[in-house]
Design a protein around this ligand. Sequence first.
Ligand SMILES: [Zn+2]
Length: 187
Amino acid sequence: MAAAVDGPLVPGSPAGADRIVIIPGPWESLSAPGRDVVLTHELTHATVRASTTHSVPVWLSEGFAEYVAYRDVTLPERAVVRPALDAFRRDGLPPALPTDADFDPAHGRLQAAYGSALLLARTIARDGGTAGLVRVYRDVADPPPVWNVPPDDAEARFDAALVHDLGTDRAGLLAGWRARIRSLLAQ
Ligand SMILES: [Zn+2]
């Protein structure tokens, strides 16, 4: 980890005092394009935190930050997510969407988890593009009151956004994600 967002977060309120901390050792080991990706990722988190009021599933937060960070990177997708593809080749296709625990540094597979999250964010953006992905994120973080979902349940808010914004459910999203992974593994 070469940088991180730091600042107080109160559920129900946007962040108002975030800063991005650069971690000197890992930062110095990055190439210039690598630094652009890391800084864009963290700036995306800071921007989202300042404009939303509830947390979302970790894979959505990290996948969205990776989506923005890699949007202008011209490397082939299979190169960007190589650690994730290596893990899928070894362990098989994912049986379910990622859990928050997959992003615990103690888990020891962070690179694969971030690549998985990027592929999932790109799966969500496949039809509606960046605007569609942003809409899903906004609706998970701040669902319209008429959806009537519990504000303290990020997973329930995500389920509602799947139905209302994408016209699908977890099984449908999982199938699309697995298809994207399968085609990358076949390249
Ligand atoms: Zn992040």
